[in-house]
Structures are given as structure tokens and as C-alpha cells.
Design a binder for this molecule. Sequence first.
Ligand code: AHR
Length: 506
Amino acid sequence: MAVRAVINVDVDGPRINRHLYGHFAEHLGRCVYGGFYVGEDSEIPNEGGIRLDVVEALRALDIPNLRWPGGCFADEYHWRDGIGPKDRRPVMVNTHWGGVEENNHFGTHEFMALCELLGAEPYISGNVGSGTVREMSEWVEYLTRDGDSPMARLRKANGRDEPWRVKFWGLGNEAWGCGGNMTAEHYAQEARRFGTYCRDYGDNQLYKIAAGANGTDYAWTETLMKQVGHLGCRHIRSTGFHALSVHHYTLTGPTWEEKGSATAFDTDEYYTTMAAAARMDEVLAGHAAVMDCYDPGKSVGLVLDEWGTWFDVEPGTNPGFLYQQNTLRDALVAGVHFDIFHRHADRLVMANIAQTVNVLQAMILTDPDSGALVLTPTYHVFRMNKGHQDATSLRVDFRDALPGRPVGEAKLDTLSVSASRKDGAVLVSLSNLDAGEPVDVEIDVRGGALDGAEALILTSGALQDHNTPESPSVVAPRPYDGVKVAGGTLRAHLPAHSFVTVKASL
Ligand code: AHR
């Protein structure tokens, strides 16, 4: 028996902001150095030190934005250390991440060049925790001010005449923890103060994002929303912030010290991971409900600027580098997250996976010795799903109970589906999370006729399967003939632990 669902293709849901497919690159482990940036003298083909193979792979994802330089690193980063001739840039210690030396060779100009190569918008996290208002204010001036001013002059002296365009600006990171251990009340005042002096120069308008809650800390969100409410939403632009963030990772293990292996896990552990991933729905719904009380018009955005799986580091690697492999399980975690993001597209304006290269749930892993590049299963989900960017979300209503598995006291729904419409086509994403059983889905498509369905499948023999330089395509998308579209019905057979996308014209 198939699970029956309905999609009305002529009933518009909210637009799926393309920034829900955003990324995050921190000065952490081998994300920047060795990942994005190898230096101009490297044998790896590069432009100004930026790896061209990484750029090429990421361009295929249409990545909309890149958040930088942290994370926890952001609140210890002083941007003036990262400009000017490289041999004169000071060396600092990256105290958060392995205590390694940071030579500041990748700084503001290199980051902006990377964004230009990627075709992605920059999202800069400013330093509130250990920085000054003046320092942040001058960074904005350096980046975005045209004409004659102290910072514009300095930028020109460093070889860049034209100002850059920067929209997304973070007012610190995790202010409740590594970003200064502040209370919500104290941080709210700081966000207003720092935000006040981050100016809009010319027609460059900043979209300021306050550092938000840890997971389900809804009280943090309420405190920030009261600040915005007090100012009145129309004043946000000049005095406060336009959005607030939340960070929520998918953790499997019983304690922070035992997060579990990224590759060696059993079926029970797999279901625990998937149940943790599915909790994102509750987290976003909780923050959105608080925001609705203060801002029913939804003018303040919710930004999930860190999400993804967090496992134990690979044996033998630096514990401070957060390097983990990426299996089919990670791909299914990503698929479920995107379905949830699409359902919250009325409030959620951005999401950034942590992190793009070599850290946590990465798109790309690079070999530290040979430099070889591997595309992870998660990369393929981003690629298969990119048609949802800036599309109109379509509700998926189930007419039958969803299949599921018990996880602890709760039930994990093992079928997840989302859909959108763009440019005369419909894209449907379907995940069967069951580790051992296939499922059939029958979708009644109303309000328009679908034609010429093309399907792709991402699956593999085992949930633990992953890609390596020696076997780079163990988990890779393949054309799929298990989907049929006829007479207004879309029928899909989903093998166990599979992710399928279907694109059909309207
Ligand atoms: O992504 C790794 C770290 O996780 C970030 O630096 C921090 O913001 C979060 O705790």
C-alpha cells in the first residue's frame, strides 16, 4: 500500500529564500587553510591562493552566501590583522580551535575575492565579544564606502579602489557562550549599540543579524524581540538589527564527549541521529512562535546560521579541527533539514551549513597530503535540491499516517517530502529514512498537469557508505526510473535509506 499525499500546484506557499542553501567557513582546522585557500605558491591550481577545484565544485551548487570568519573565531578576529602585505600581517593564536598559529594570510581581500569567484554573497560576522564598536564600524566603512574617507583610503592603498557590496552583517556569534558569555539582556543592548554604528554607505544597505539562541533557548529570542519591538520595526534599519540567528546541531551521542563516530554506527544510532535531525522542526517552530508574538508581520528574519551533524573527529586528527567523514546518513540528515526549512520559509530567511570544507558536515573533504578533493554525500543533496532556491513552496498534505519507527519514547516519521514550483516546473524531494524497508508514495497532483518527470536517486548499499579519494563515487546521484507521472498522479518507489528528487514540467 502506498502512502497517499496531495500537492496543489496552484496554491502558493511562501518563497523559499535561496539563502536557506547558505554556507559557513570558519578559520577552524582545514576549512580555510588547505580547504579554500592554499596560498599562491601551492602546486594546486589556484587564483590568488584560492583553490580552483573547490570553487568549481561549489559553483555547481549555486551557493548563495558564505558566512565568515566564524563562529567562535569571529569574536577573536581583528580584521586589521588581515589586510596589507602578507609578510607584514601579524601571527595570532587561534585559541578556540587547536591553539594553532594563524598567519592572517586569508583576510578581508581574500574572502571577498573568494565570494566573487563563487558568485556568492558575503556574510561577515563582526567581533562583538573582544572587539570595539569603532573596529566594527571601520570594517564596514573599509568594505563598503566609496569616495574619500580614512577607511576607503586604506582600502585603496591595499589595491582595491571600488567598494564591495556587503549585505549580511552578523553582530557577534554565540554571545551566550564563546562570543562573550553574556546574558540575553546585556547582549541585546550590545547588539543595538554595535548595530547603530554599522552604517549604510551609498546604496549599500546592511542586513544586520543579531547573535541568537542556542537550540531551544526561546527566552533568548524573546529578549531580543522585545528590543526590536521597543524600537518599532520601522526603525530597525538605523538603530538595531533586521534578523536574529539560532544555532542548532544534530548530535547523536549521550554526552558532548561521546558524540559517536561519523562512520561506525549501528542502526539504532542511525535512527537516533535522524530523530535528532527531525527536531529541527520543533526548534524553528518554537522560535517562530515567539517572534510571531512581537512581529506578526514577519519583518524580522530568523537565520539558522549554523546547522549540521557533529560527530567525534576522525581518529588520529586534531580534536580542535572538527574533521569528520560524511556518509549516506549525513545526506539523509540534509534532506530532512531542507524539507523542514521549506516548511518554515515564511520566517526562516537564511540557513548556513557548518561547514563547507573539511569541518563538521562538509560538502568537500580535501586530503591533507595529496590535496585530492572528495565530494561528500551531503554535497549531492545540495546539488539535487538547488532547484528549490527562490522557488514557491508547495504544501504537501498526507492523506495517510506516515510510516515510522520508535526512537525512545517518540516516533520518528521515516518519510519526508517537500515540493516547490519555479519557472514552469515542479521539484519534489522525497526521503525514505527507513534503514531496511522501501516505501511507495502516491501523490495526487492538483491544479496543473505534470509532464516529463526526471528523477535522480542518492542511495547506497549501506548507511555507513562514504566517498574517499580512492573511491569518490560510492554515494553519488544516479538517474532513477522508479518514479512515474501519469494522469495527475506521481508514483514513487523509494528504496530503503534513499533520497530522491523529481523534476517535472507543468
Ligand atoms: O561550527 C563550529 C562552532 O560551533 C562555531 O565556531 C560556533 O559558533 C559553534 O559553537
